[in-house]
Design a protein around this ligand. Structure first.
Ligand code: ZN
Length: 148
């Protein structure tokens, strides 16, 4: 596995709208493995492909049991509740921002085997997934900063 270079703000790729993936090939599976490895070495809990320079809709995240979630083309189909939490980002290392997000979400997408999956998440995992899905739209935590 390879360690990938994490792109830092203001790298323009972090603002790109990532492309949907139509087919999962060996290339995507390798990228997923390298993303997971890179996330782990950086003590991250989630990583989007654009953060390693690839504008594709692919995210990895760790759930509460340290199980790895790999998802392609994730879409939030349901969101409930509201919650505030401080968030950091490997691509914006000097910022911690309080972000309001739904507490519970249902996300659909495709796993690394090409199978359609539905993920129900609440609390920390819901937050991580929403943060990573933001990356796929070019959105960063600094966009949630309150205007003074
Ligand atoms: Zn991030």
């Amino acid at each position: 596995m390879n360690i990938l270079t994490i792109r830092m703000f203001p790298d323009p790729i972090l603002r790109e709208k990532c492309l949907r993936i139509s087919e999962i090939t060996l290339q995507e599976r390798e990228l997923f493995n390298n993303m997971a490895y890179t996330m782990k070495l950086n003590n991250g809990v989630g990583l989007a492909a654009s953060q390693v320079g690839i504008a594709k809709q692919m995210i990895v995240a760790k759930n509460q049991n340290n199980r790895l979630i790999k998802m392609v083309n994730p879409v939030i189909v349901e969101a409930k509740g509201s919650d505030f939490m401080l968030e950091g980002c490997l691509s914006v290392p000097d910022e911690i921002v309080e972000v309001e997000r739904p507490f519970e979400v249902v996300i659909t997408g495709i796993n690394e085997k090409g199978k359609e999956v539905e993920l129900k998440a609440s609390g920390l995992l819901a937050r991580i997934m929403q943060h990573e899905i933001d990356h796929l739209c070019g959105k960063l935590i600094i966009d949630y900063k309150k205007k003074e």
